[in-house]
Design a binder for this molecule. Sequence first.
Ligand SMILES: [Zn+2]
Length: 231
Amino acid sequence: MSGRAFILGNGPSLAHTNLDLLEDEVTFGTNRISLIYPHTKMRVKHYVRKEGMELFNKPETSLWADDALYHLNDPNCHTWMNPWFRVRLSEFGEGKDWHNEKPGMITWIGACAHYLMHYDMDSCPVSWHLPNFCSFGSSVTVAIQIAASLGYSPIYLVGCDLGYQDGKPSHFTSDYEKGYEKMLQPARYANMDAIMGHIIAKRSSPAPIYNATKGGALEAYERVEYESLFT
Ligand SMILES: [Zn+2]
């Protein structure tokens, strides 16, 4: 048995969560988690992205690449990203093909047929389909599948606030959306696709999942108080 794991979303509550407590825990981070690093000693042990080919529409500033490269360069971090990252990162990572770096610590995960689906479509999935990860929902719901597949149990969520609003920042730092303002999806999809992804996780996960987020709008799981997990 692998023990417990923590999955970090990037919601506003993360700025008010003592992440130093997670320094020696198994942690999964997603997307722009590295923007919190100036404020904590914690570095995630697993880094997960679910975007695919739409990377080619991302700003040519290397904002998205900076986060990926940070974790690829961290010798203690296992990265889980779509193969399109491998293609595009060679533009930013000094031409390096990361595939043969850090043996066993870099996994390329393909998208499934539910990638880019929304909660209101007939083809919206109703359950996971392991061993292939379901890319419906968010990077967080992909990270939950990876943690469960690796045998971690229970799984605790932190910083998973939801509560997206159109045209407003919705993460732990106002820098988060910088450069992406015109690319944000409608808040309705951001909220409802994430909630549906969590409902599917609740149905499908062999490991119990608890929400240790401080506040927020995610009620798909039983809540636990974050600090109580460290006494
Ligand atoms: Zn799927």
